[in-house]
Design a protein around this ligand. Structure first.
Ligand SMILES: [Zn+2]
Length: 272
């Protein structure tokens, strides 16, 4: 028994995966950020090490994903399995997209701007990449990383905004730029990092954190600019938990600038 009807399978696919659970999943609305995990990868149990502890009904969920589920599974269980299968696929996906083949698949999507574009004017419609803020499921929803301003944004659509960030992981976009360094977009503004450091003296800033969407605080409340500046959380690109060296250096410099500006603001606010 075929358990689903597939209405819209793209014809240009490089593998024969029509009428499969994965093709149904990828075609479902809201799942546009996901790429196809190749079956070979899923069938190699080594790649799935440890996932049996994360997913209940692990083997049946795996059978569902690989279209090997027995037809006599009762309908009540099938609904639960569907949820578990999505979780399992997401967790496998996070591992897959940091492999060479997975990165290549996501690269195609990045080039098509499947993940949207940076809302910042200075980033000139830079395509975004999905990123998780944690690698553990059920903690944080997926965010979008801009390689130009190196900031993260929430997806525009609530369908995408509710996707678990663990299905993409914390390392993916940074690993992609590490593997494909020619794709690293030029930084915003006319100056390079060296000149930007010189701009510090003249008070010009290369990057700011003043977009309304990034600063949280209740409307109408009188807040100190200095305390808001200190509270603004900075995104720290990491690969497998390690902060990227060049970014870390730049961020230390930016934070030193911020601290000096905050000190200035505090002195000013103290006088008012
Ligand atoms: Zn940007």
């Amino acid at each position: 028994m075929l358990h689903r009807t597939v209405e819209d399978v793209s014809s240009g696919s490089d593998s024969d995966y029509s009428n499969t659970w994965i093709s149904w999943f990828l075609c479902s609305k809201g799942n546009e950020y996901f790429c196809e995990v190749e079956e070979d990868y899923i069938l190699d149990r080594f790649n799935l090490t440890g996932l049996n502890n994360e997913v209940t009904n692990y083997s049946q969920a795996l059978d569902l994903i690989t279209d090997n589920l027995d037809d006599d599974v009762p309908d009540e269980l099938r609904g639960a399995l569907d949820v578990q299968a999505r979780l399992l696929y997401g967790l496998i996906h996070a591992r897959w997209i940091v492999t060479a083949r997975g990165l290549a698949k996501m690269l195609e999507k990045y080039k098509r701007a499947d993940f949207g574009r940076c809302p910042r004017v200075l980033c000139q419609a830079q395509p975004l990449l999905p990123v998780g803020l944690t690698d553990a499921p059920y903690e944080k929803s997926v965010k979008l990383f801009c390689g130009r301003c190196e900031d993260i944004y929430s997806p525009k659509s609530s369908r995408h905004g509710s996707i678990d960030g663990a299905y993409f992981g914390t390392s993916f976009p940074h690993l992609l730029f590490l593997v494909y360094p020619t794709l690293i977009p030029p930084k915003i503004g006319p100056s390079d990092v060296g000149r930007a450091i010189g701009d510090e003296v003249t008070g010009k800033r290369r990057r700011t954190r003043e977009e309304p969407m990034e600063v949280e605080g209740s409307v109408g409340e009188v807040v100190s600019t200095a305390s808001v500046a200190l509270k603004a959380d900075r995104y720290r690109p990491r690969i497998y938990g390690f902060q990227l060296n060049e970014t870390a250096k730049l961020q230390r410099w930016q934070e030193a600038v911020r601290d000096r500006q905050v000190a200035g603001l505090e002195a000013l606010e103290g006088r008012l």
